[in-house]
Design a protein around this ligand. Structure first.
Ligand SMILES: Nc1ncnc2c1ncn2[C@@H]1O[C@H](COP(=O)(O)OP(=O)(O)OP(=O)(O)O)[C@@H](O)[C@H]1O
Length: 270
């Protein structure tokens, strides 16, 4: 079905993904199907080893599925592409380049013909969004872990990807820094209507950031056991979210899922 912009309704459609590492063995996961709408933030939560990173890497085009397809804007993906930006837990910055150069390099890759001055302006704009303009001439080794991760986020946003993929992007950060960056991420997403697929182990982070949560059963043969729509309004704020009606119920629901339903068997006819 097409909308008025003649684009598919869903930005991303994931259809029946399955991954096997050993021939004849049980798949790590199977029958993974979901969609992501334009501007939506979808979080996947599940225990270690159920295949979350593998699914994200397949969406990034860095890994291939044993079967199934992923399409973005109606086109089946066949490898990595500039339509997708990835933020990993380890920021993966180039250590010999400054903060500015790390971001500018990504912008030039996305816009090969862009004038030098425009690249500079765009670099400063995205570093400004993560409050790092002051540090633009520093090298990654001179930054804290949180600052490096913010450079990684600025770099990913600066390429204006159709889809931003984040694999536990704040996992290595202390709670305070994590909170600050979560706020920054929410602000940027509100400004840019960025579509995001994200993996996290942190329930509070998922409730704060996600419009929809995909709860994975444990592997092998993991599957999406439940899809939960976040009932809290889209304008969520870290300072107030725990006072909102519905917050505790949602948190308890996800916690119960993770604690009690660890070994959900895949339904026979699903
Ligand atoms: N290259 C590989 N070869 C064989 N098995 C692999 C390979 N990569 C991942 N696996 C297995 O696939 C399963 C899923 O791994 P994956 O990293 O996707 O899980 P995850 O849910 O992201 O885990 P975590 O939350 O710990 O990061 C694991 O059992 C892992 O051992």
């Amino acid at each position: 079905m097409q909308n008025e912009l003649n684009k598919p309704d869903h930005l991303v459609v994931v259809n029946s993904l399955e991954k096997r590492y050993t021939k004849g063995g049980a798949p790590v996961f199977s029958d993974i199907s979901f969609s992501i709408d334009h501007g939506e933030i979808v979080c996947m939560i599940g225990h270690s080893g159920c295949g979350k990173s593998t699914i994200l890497n397949i969406l990034a085009g860095l890994e291939s599925a044993s079967s199934g397809q992923v399409s973005i804007n109606g086109h089946t993906i066949r490898g990595p592409g500039l339509d997708r930006g990835v933020v990993f837990q380890g920021h993966a910055l180039m250590p010999w380049l400054t903060v500015e150069q790390n971001v500018a390099m990504a912008i030039r890759a996305r816009h090969p013909g862009m004038q030098r001055g425009d690249v500079k302006n765009m670099t400063e704009h995205y570093l400004g969004l993560v409050s790092l303009k002051e540090a633009m001439h520093k090298r990654p080794s001179e930054l804290s872990g949180g600052m490096r991760q913010r450079v990684g986020i600025a770099r990913a946003f600066s390429t204006t990807p159709e889809l931003l993929l984040m694999d536990e992007p704040f996992g290595a950060l202390d709670a305070l820094t994590r909170g600050v960056i979560q706020d920054e991420l929410l602000n940027i997403c509100a400004q840019t209507h960025q579509t995001v697929f994200m993996i996290t182990h942190d329930i509070d982070e998922a409730i704060l950031l996600a419009d929809r949560l995909l709860l994975m059963s444990s592997g092998p043969n993991a599957h999406i056991a439940e899809v939960v729509q976040n009932p809290l309004p889209k304008e969520r704020s870290r300072a107030e979210i725990h006072h909102k009606k519905g917050y505790s119920d949602l948190r308890n629901h996800i916690m119960d899922f993770l604690v009690q339903k660890l070994n959900l068997k895949k339904p026979e006819n699903n």
